[in-house]
Design a binder for this molecule. Structure first.
Ligand SMILES: *Cc1c(COP(=O)(O)O)cnc(C)c1O
Length: 376
């Protein structure tokens, strides 16, 4: 069997070991230390826009803390994109709040502004204006930032920007990770750069960052003994993981360029395809890191998604359906949903293709062949 080609696998190559060695040399084997501070500084410099960054144990932890920082409590409504990975929505449930799931719009596959407004009005009609709008930039493509921002301003509801998949993407030239009242990125093993597991929370002022770090380190009050006036979490990033992150930051631009080159590779394959279309930026306002490449298959074609997946697995190449919308998940069945069936339709027709920055020419050759075999 030929070697497996993954959807998106870790791609080391910068100075990761140098930072890890430093942590060993100095015995900073803990969820704090110079690499943690260094990674935060690197990210602040990269993102600009007066960002203050807290490095955390995961993107999920960052979403959880964001909701806490915005005062989300039991029974509150929180608006959330339905077409996403479950980690976007789970922390809403941790807090006993209720997600109002919202459909996608066709261009970006992210939050449909009309459906968001419908969800806001629903909340208000129940006497509970939603506490936050959780946006996603799916597969690296930014959401309709201006439209969502104007709704956020009109109704005075803060935005939590889940840019777990979108580090390096921009909207109208501004970087993802800087649009939310609180923004989140992930460094999980499959993301554009990784710390093996990890994430970051991004805010606009230092005092909010301090509060996030306080909650992420067990909420220890300023006292000689252990004193607690809030519930804390163990959510800080380890100094070892942060060392990997610092090395990865050195090659971030290169990784974005490689992923975008993959996108051109697929564009070439699918440009005149009778049944498949490649998901791409709808206009020059959007610049995607192309974390993953996705095709949708025309329902009128005779192509069976199952057979395509089987064909790829036989060739030892990973391929997957797109995220299953949250409002269709058994665990979220009882939650409210606003919009039409765009997310559901995309789920039925969409496939994620191998998109790692470490794909070789040989890998691309094998991918081209299997596409010809299963999709033409
Ligand atoms: C990966 C991901 C997360 C979660 O990040 P972790 O670091 O894995 O906890 C959240 N939202 C989206 C959209 C993701 O893709």
């Amino acid at each position: 069997m030929e070697e497996k080609i993954w959807l998106s696998s870790p791609h080391m190559g910068g100075g990761e070991m140098k930072y890890i060695q430093h942590a060993f040399d100095e015995n900073w084997i803990a969820p704090l230390g110079p690499n943690v501070n260094g990674l935060e500084k690197d990210l602040e410099k990269y993102l600009g826009q007066h960002s203050h960054v807290a490095a955390l144990s995961s993107g999920s932890a960052a979403i959880h803390l964001s909701l806490i920082l915005l005062g989300v409590e039991r029974g509150d409504f929180v608006i959330c994109q339905s077409l996403t990975f479950s980690a976007t929505a789970n922390p809403i449930i941790y807090l006993g709040a209720q997600p109002l799931f919202v459909d996608s719009e066709k261009d970006t596959w992210n939050l449909c502004p009309n459906a968001v407004e419908e969800a806001i009005k629903f909340g208000i009609s129940k006497g509970k204006k939603p506490k936050a709008i959780v946006t996603v930039s799916l597969y690296g493509l930014p959401y309709q930032v201006d439209e969502i921002k104007s709704l956020s301003e009109k109704y005075d509801i803060p935005v939590i920007e889940d840019s777990a998949e979108a580090l390096g993407s921009t909207y109208k030239g501004q970087k993802c990770g800087t649009f939310g009242d609180i923004s989140v990125i992930s460094f999980n093993g499959n993301k554009i750069i990784t710390t093996s597991g990890g994430g970051a929370l991004i805010v606009k002022d230092e005092s909010l960052k301090k509060r996030a770090v306080f909650l992420a380190t067990q909420a220890k009050d300023d006292a000689l003994h252990y004193e607690h006036s809030s519930i804390g979490y163990n959510y800080r990033m380890s100094n070892i993981s942060a060392g990997i992150g610092r090395g990865q930051m050195e090659v971030l631009e290169e990784r974005i360029a490689q992923r975008r080159a993959n996108h051109l590779f697929y564009q070439d394959i699918f440009k005149d395809h009778p049944y498949c279309s490649l998901h791409t930026e709808p206009s020059d306002d959007f610049y995607s890191n192309h974390w993953l490449n996705i095709i949708t298959i025309d329902p009128d074609s005779k192509i069976e998604i199952k057979e395509v997946i089987n064909g790829f697995s036989a060739a030892n190449i990973e391929i997957r359906p797109i995220w299953k919308p949250m409002h269709l998940q058994p665990v979220f069945m009882k939650c409210h949903y606003f919009g039409k069936s765009i997310a559901e339709d995309l789920f039925n027709r969409g496939l994620c293709l191998p998109s790692g920055s470490n794909l070789t020419q040989g890998d691309k050759q094998r991918i081209t062949e299997i596409i010809k075999k299963t999709l033409l």
